[in-house]
Write a protein that binds this ligand. Sequence first.
Ligand SMILES: [Zn+2]
Ligand SMILES: [Zn+2]
Length: 306
Amino acid sequence: MPEICLLGTGGMMPLKNRWLTSLYYEYEGSALLIDCGEGTQIALAESGAKISRINMLLLTHMHADHVSGLPGFLLSLGNASRTEPLTICLPAGRVQTIRNLMSICDRLPFEVIFHELPIKEHCSFTADMLDPLITIESMPVRHSTNCLGYSITLNRKQEFQPERAKELGVPLKMWRVLHSGESVTLEDGRVITPDMVTLANRSPIKVTYVTDTLPFPEIAAFAKGSRLFICEGMYGDAEKKQSMNEKGHMLMQDACRLADEAGADSLWLTHYSPAEMNPDRFSKELKKLFPNVTVTSDGKWAEIKE
Ligand SMILES: [Zn+2]
Ligand SMILES: [Zn+2]
């Protein structure tokens, strides 16, 4: 099952005890990172996440609080003896910005592969470099520069049920055939199909990450059915709504409403303003809008279970 850590929860600049917003997602020994602001390599080390397992980096947009930690991160990755390529997904047209940041990283021992994502429409692709069962979707959001929201979906294999195979009298030597997705014919002529011995309806596990955007309805559609929705909440003060939306940001309350509309199981808030020293003071009020909201702090881990 995927293991997730919100490495930092700040927006704009890192603070003492609050690194910039970044997400670590690991599945069966391979990991991806979303965003890499200043200090992300330290946040990774502090959280206990495994930098050496990261083979994919998704960048939301080219603001310093989301990318300026890239040189240090790449150098740390090189220092962890990495030789396999690293894939960086980013909004189309911004590869040169990343190359400029990389120009201060001398002799990285691995190749960096760029994957540019459309800035005007949704996009979906299989994250083979992570696991072929994982699909990544990107969606343009509304910020002061081109910015993408991401969702990561683990599509699960049908699970073979040995008890069911025994009940049906399938000999052990035929289990492997059924397991590989083919039907078998028993000596008495009965045909056993794979769906008769697998656990159906294993729903996909979806995690959505949206930050640096004003709130708008398509975000709820994009996050539909997420087990975990991670969303920015710059402030919890309602009077800041207009100024925040004008700057391409949202309030904690906006995020709660989107999570509710999306039918998400849970919501983690992040990307707090550096002026907001105690975001947790809004928890009680926010739970009235969306009961399963967490005003997270740095280094929050979760394993997404059945
Ligand atoms: Zn930001
Ligand atoms: Zn931004």
